[in-house]
Design a protein around this ligand. Structure first.
Ligand code: ASP
Length: 607
């Protein structure tokens, strides 16, 4: 054995013991012939010492000195030695092993290291090298304690989930990753088949159809820590491959699913965070989420809710509002209450500047105008109140619950954009005024989703979630107002981020066909894309439902990481490149020939 314990474990009680340690030489320094080495592994750092004066005669002091002379940073060594107390005054309070050190009696060098492309140290984020460099040398970046502990946390979350679900009768089933190209919404990653030239598999966007076929197969409670692939345009905090905790259950209603998921997260809270989680989670309808928070993924940890005041201000003569009302726009207000804002907003002069800054911010976000009124002893006041009658101002103050010192902010414009913009303003106000500080994480179920929505550009009917969602009540009239059809689906939102989405499913093949039809799919297309799945539903599919929950963002949020890449061992960068192995890469012509694929260059030649 090269090590009897890890580099994070020695304490004062171990003084006098002979130990073996192995790891990487993170730093070393020489103090007048006494050499100190920070020996690191993924559990911690122990100071090991070469101290020529301290050895008994049976130790080869010169030989060992020569070996140690040649080692550098991140060399892999193992040592044998005796634990001793550090010289008083040289203890390191920040390091749990910092009261002791090990006097090296034997050393072995297992491997050298090239000079490092960046320091492996516990730097604050701002001191880290550029992220691309960290991703290229991920194996070095992973040696930082923070990264290892992120992976350990992620492991704990997933292993708790596995244990918990196993305990309530779920089984983990792997579904294929070479699958049929589907219509789940995003673009597929395609894999050419060599044996059937000209045909393709697709990497799964999620195990959706397979998990539903598992239900047909009688696997009543399924889960999988599933890798999903979506070829979307790169956005800063997305990954083309990501991990979902994917679940499906038969013979359940939505309440059963909510309960199961709430139980699961409360166990994760206990095991991974050591905290109690309050269950059941609150629920909010999609309509309320949008009208109060301006988003379908509300952060309900603080108030500052949006209030529509269109009806009240419609009789004011204020030009800007009138123009917007003529175009059927809306006026949305937020009451920045004086008792929750940071002090400086209350000062009339500074407050005014802060408001100007907010207006600038709104403009910079492309949000159009922002107007304001402040509540005083005499009622609402600002440079626009002259356009409003006293009655209108009183009603406004009443609806907004305005008290002295409160600042009312108004945004006006087309309904959808204005609510969204006001929702962003709300988040900014919450952050700027410290309303999130010290707040616990907060889940919320967003419920009462419609089945369909109209594409804002083409007007085409699309699924609000995906085509396999069950309509509320089990069926719908395909000739009725499709946008009014409600669904049995839900989103799970944590602190303002959607982390999961699910529904009951169509187990009746006729309803499933109807959904495909209203989404504009011809019978022919339906057969071509979903024949196997529709047929499976025809063999006695049980009622079923489930959910898919993103694990990357979830772990990143719980750890307070800025990026989901910090909880992924080998992530893609922002351009979706895997810098550690250089993929995607070109491949040899011979490989393309085997697949009977042409390269772009060849195609150019042919044309
Ligand atoms: N397959 C869905 C998704 O990936 C989740 C679900 O409905 O279970 O979003």
């Amino acid at each position: 054995m090269l090590k009897t314990q890890d580099c994070g474990s020695l304490r004062s009680k171990d003084i006098g013991q002979k130990v073996r340690l192995a790891g990487w030489v993170r730093f070393y320094r020489d103090h007048g012939g006494v050499r100190f080495y920070d020996l690191a592994d993924s559990f911690g750092i122990t100071q090991v010492v070469y101290d020529p004066e301290a050895y008994q005669s049976d130790v080869d002091v010169v030989g060992m000195g020569n070996v140690l002379n040649n080692i550098g940073r991140e060399y892999v060594i193992s040592i044998m030695g005796k634990v001793r107390e550090r010289v008083p005054g040289t203890e390191d309070e920040r390091n749990p092993t910092g009261k002791v050190e090990v006097l090296i009696e034997q050393v072995r060098v297992h491997n050298a290291s090239k000079p490092l492309p960046f320091e492996i140290a516990e730097q604050k984020n701002s001191m880290l090298p550029g992220e691309d460099l960290r991703i290229k040398y991920r194996y070095l970046d992973l040696r930082r304690a923070e990264m290892v502990s992120n992976l350990r946390f992620r492991h704990r979350v997933l292993s708790t989930a596995r244990k918990y679900l196993d305990g309530i009768g779920f089984i983990e089933v792997e579904t294929p990753t070479l699958t049929r190209s589907s219509q789940e919404g995003a673009r597929d990653f395609l894999i050419p088949s060599r044996i059937q030239p000209g045909t393709f598999y697709a990497l799964p966007q999620s195990p959706q159809l397979y998990k539903q076929m598992l239900m047909v197969g009688g696997v009543e409670k399924y889960f999988q820590v599933a890798r999903c692939y979506r070829d979307e345009d790169s956005r800063s905090d997305r990954q083309p491959e990501f991990t979902q905790l994917d679940m499906e259950m038969s013979f359940v209603d939505m309440e059963d699913i909510y309960r199961t998921i709430e139980g699961l997260y409360s166990q994760i809270w206990k095991d991974a965070l050591g905290k109690e989680l309050k269950i059941p989670f609150p629920r909010i309808s999609l309509d309320d989420a949008i009208s109060k928070y301006g988003t379908d993924a509300p952060d309900i940890r603080f108030g500052l809710e949006l209030v529509e005041v269109t009806d009240i201000v419609s009789c004011a003569t204020y030009d800007i509002f009138q123009k917007i009302l003529q175009k059927k726009g809306v006026i949305i207000a937020i009451n920045l209450r004086s008792d929750i804002v940071k002090e400086k907003m209350l000062d009339a002069n500074v407050g005014r500047k802060e408001v100007d800054r907010l207006i600038e911010w709104a403009k910079a976000q492309g949000m159009g105008g922002l107007t304001w009124m402040r509540m005083t002893e005499e009622g609402l006041s600002s440079n626009i109140v002259k356009y409003f009658s006293k009655d209108v101002l009183d009603r406004l103050a009443e609806r907004m619950g305005a008290r002295k010192g409160d600042l009312l902010l108004f945004m006006a414009g087309p309904k959808h954009q204005t609510l969204k913009a006001a929702g962003q303003l709300r988040l900014k106000l919450g952050r700027d005024n410290g309303l999130l500080e010290g707040k616990d994480h907060q889940f919320v179920w967003v419920v009462d989703w419609p089945m369909f929505q109209a594409d804002p550009i083409t007007g085409k009917v699309t699924s609000a979630h995906h085509p396999f969602v069950h309509p509320a009540g089990g069926d719908f009239d395909e000739n009725g107002d499709l946008l009014k059809v409600m669904s049995d689906s839900y989103d799970l939102v944590l602190d303002g981020s959607e982390i999961g989405s699910g529904s009951l499913r169509n187990h009746d093949p006729n309803v499933q066909r109807k959904v495909f039809r209203v989404l504009g799919m011809s019978e022919e297309k339906m057969e071509q894309a979903f024949d196997f799945f529709l047929e499976a539903l025809e063999f006695g599919a049980p009622p079923h439902g489930g959910i898919g929950m993103g694990m990357d963002r979830f772990c990143a949020m719980l750890l307070g990481c800025e990026s989901i890449r910090d909880v992924i061992a080998f992530p893609k960068n922002k351009k979706f490149q895997s810098l550690v192995d250089g993929s995607p890469t070109k491949v040899e012509q011979a490989k393309l020939d085997e697949l009977q694929l042409m390269t772009l260059a060849e195609e150019d030649e042919e044309n």
